[in-house]
Structure formats: structure tokens, C-alpha cells
Ligand binder design. Structure first.
Ligand SMILES: Cc1cc2nc3c(=O)[nH]c(=O)nc-3n(C[C@H](O)[C@H](O)[C@H](O)COP(=O)(O)OP(=O)(O)OC[C@H]3O[C@@H](n4cnc5c(N)ncnc54)[C@H](O)[C@@H]3O)c2cc1C
Length: 307
């Protein structure tokens, strides 16, 4: 066996799984196709991770990474492209962009990606006013008009972040009420951020850069134009579970990986943790699931958890 445990994804779930596996004496490798840190690095301010009243997502994830590096090896910029369970040998083969590894167990912590609106102009103007990340691109729009499309926690977080950066923000939401936490909704009202209710985006307008949105009111059918220099799309996520489902792992809903309470999937030796399994999709729950998945891996590998 090349590696006892492969952890796919260096986000909150993967970092925690690495800490728990390493402390049980397991030789674990964490793979990430990027630099690591995961989705939480997009959070301008995390206020619900116990122990930190307020911390930037980047800062929190850097701390987790530093901690996890004491317990596991990290293969960053190495994408996992295939998983194969070797029935007879009881191993899982992990194929990456660089190599193939024979492993005793795998924890899939691949998270989610952003959903797209699928309207004209979205793809064409991506990077020219269309963005999916306020923390990454917000500073380009200081003092300018921006629209945030969506009404959940992420959208509201993005809108507040852009507002505090000095952008003139409107929220475009397809429903007649937000779906964000009360505390976030209160912030929207306190900061007088306008919400354009019951409205769907039909087109993102502009030639070489975004100039506005064509929106339609779902109740009246009335079409209008909202001038904007930037559009931040925040309408939900798609689970990155294709890798696992191609290996026979069962999913539910839009593709979340189905696990039991110990994070085991239907395929022996393949476990899953974090946002890719659905549920609350928060840092603290991803960490909890990462710890449970590591414990299950320890059991699968025939070791004892040290407590
Ligand atoms: C703007 C924003 C604000 C947020 N604010 C908060 C907050 O305040 N509090 C809170 O608790 N949560 C917040 N969240 C949610 C939080 O970020 C997620 O719940 C958390 O990041 C989930 O961690 P994860 O480890 O499951 O997945 P992720 O963090 O998404 O990590 C998955 C990792 O897997 C890697 N990966 C995927 N596929 C492969 C592959 N095939 N091979 C190798 N690597 C792969 C990715 O590169 C990524 O690094 C916020 C999210 C956003 C977008």
C-alpha cells in the first residue's frame, strides 16, 4: 500500500480528518487540486466558529492548515480524477493528475461549487464584471454599482461585504423574502441595502464589460433594467461528488453523498465528510464530519482510536 488513508480536499473537513487520522498513527495524504483552504477562504468574516468571535475565513483556514500539517502529508495542486475499489485486495486505487496510489481507505471532502444562472452574458462576461466571489473581486468595484443575485446566507454575506467595501449594492432575489439568518437580515436592513424582490435575472448586459442586468418581476411579469458595473452570483452550490459517484457511491438530491452517522458511504473503504454530504454546510459541521470519518477510517484500517 502506498498510502494508508487518502483525504481528498483540503478544506475544513479534510484538515480535521487529517488531524484525527494523524493522531491515531495513520499515514495520511491530503490531496487538493488547488492551494487548499476550500470555500471558507471566501468568507470575509466568520463569526460562528467556536473560539473565534470574529476571524476572516483565510485566517481561520491558514490556522487549520498549519495544525493539520503536523499530522499529514499534503499533495497540493494534485487533482484526484478517479477512484477504484479493488474488490479482491480490499484497497482503493486513487488516480490523480500526477500519479496513482494504492490506499487502504479514502475520505471524500470535495465540497461544492457555485451554481450558475445560465443566462445570456454570464459566461461571456465572466471576469469582466461577472463574479462568484466578493472577497476575491470586490475591491475592483469600490464606489461602483453592483448587484448580488441570491437571497441565502452566502448572498447576504457577499452583499454586506461589498457594502462595507464601499460598493453601491443591490440584492436581486427571486423570492419575496430572504433565506438568510436573522442576524444577517437585520444587517441588510440596518445598512439600507435595497432588495429587488421576486425578480429573476434574464440577461447580463454589456459588450466588453458588464453594464447592467435585465430582470423580470415574477409576480407582474414586468421587465426592467438594473444598471450595474458588477454582478456577484450567489445562488447556491453543486456538490462535487462526481468522482465518488463514478466509483459507485450513492448520492441524493442534487448529488450530495449519502453517508451513515459514521460518514461511511455504501462503498466499503470510501467515506465522505463536509459540504459534499449536504446538511448544514458550515465549517463547524464539516470539521465534525471530518473527525467522524477519520475515526471510521481508523477502524477500517484495523487500528484503535487512542481514547
Ligand atoms: C462567501 C461564503 C461565506 C461563508 N461563511 C461561512 C461562515 O461564516 N461560517 C461557516 O461555518 N461557514 C461559512 N461558509 C461555508 C463554509 O465555507 C463551508 O461549509 C466549508 O468550507 C465546507 O468545508 P468542506 O471541507 O466540506 O469543503 P470545501 O471548503 O469546499 O473544500 C473542498 C476542497 O476540495 C478540493 N477538491 C474538490 N475536488 C477535488 C478533487 N477532485 N481533487 C482534489 N481536490 C479537490 C477543493 O479544491 C477544495 O479545496 C461560507 C461559504 C461562503 C462561500
Amino acid at each position: 500500500m502506498d498510502v494508508e488513508l487518502a483525504i481528498i480536499g483540503a478544506g475544513s473537513a479534510g484538515y480535521t480528518a487529517a488531524i484525527y487520522a494523524g493522531r491515531a498513527g495513520i499515514d495520511a495524504v491530503v490531496f487538493d487540486r488547488e492551494v487548499g483552504g476550500g470555500l471558507a477562504t471566501w468568507a470575509p468574516n466568520v463569526e460562528n466558529y467556536p473560539g473565534f468571535k470574529s476571524i476572516s475565513g483565510i485566517d481561520l483556514m491558514d490556522r487549520m492548515k498549519e495544525h493539520a500539517q503536523d499530522y499529514a502529508r499534503f499533495n497540493l495542486f494534485e487533482e484526484v480524477t478517479q477512484l477504484h475499489r479493488e474488490e479482491d485486495q480490499g484497497h482503493v486505487k486513487v488516480v490523480t493528475s500526477k500519479d496513482t496510489y494504492d490506499t487502504g481507505a479514502v475520505i471524500v471532502c470535495t465540497g461544492t461549487t457555485h451554481k450558475h444562472l445560465g443566462v445570456p452574458g454570464e459566461t461571456e462576461l465572466r471576469g469582466r464584471g461577472v463574479s462568484y466571489c466578493a472577497t476575491c473581486d470586490g475591491s475592483f468595484f469600490r464606489g461602483k454599482e453592483v448587484a448580488v443575485v441570491g437571497g441565502g446566507n452566502s448572498a447576504v454575506n457577499e452583499a454586506l461585504y461589498l457594502h462595507h467595501l464601499g460598493c453601491r449594492v443591490s440584492i436581486v432575489h427571486r423570492r419575496d423574502q430572504l433565506r438568510a439568518e436573522d442576524a444577517l437580515e437585520r444587517e441588510v436592513r440596518k445598512n439600507d441595502i435595497p432588495v429587488i424582490w421576486s425578480s429573476e435575472v434574464q440577461e447580463i448586459m454589456g459588450d466588453s464589460k458588464v453594464t447592467g442586468l435585465r430582470i423580470v418581476n415574477r409576480e407582474t411579469g414586468e421587465s426592467s433594467t438594473l444598471p450595474a458595473d458588477g454582478v456577484f452570483v450567489s445562488i447556491g452550490e453543486t456538490p462535487q461528488s462526481e468522482l465518488a459517484s463514478r466509483a459507485g457511491v450513492e448520492t441524493y438530491g442534487p448529488g450530495y453523498i449519502q453517508t451513515d452517522r459514521m460518514q461511511r458511504t455504501n462503498v466499503p473503504r470510501i467515506l465522505a465528510a463536509g459540504d459534499v454530504t449536504g446538511g448544514m454546510r458550515q465549517i463547524v459541521t464539516a470539521c465534525g464530519e471530518g473527525a467522524l470519518a477519520a475515526m471510521s477510517a481508523v477502524e477500517i484500517l484495523g487500528r484503535q482510536y487512542p481514547f
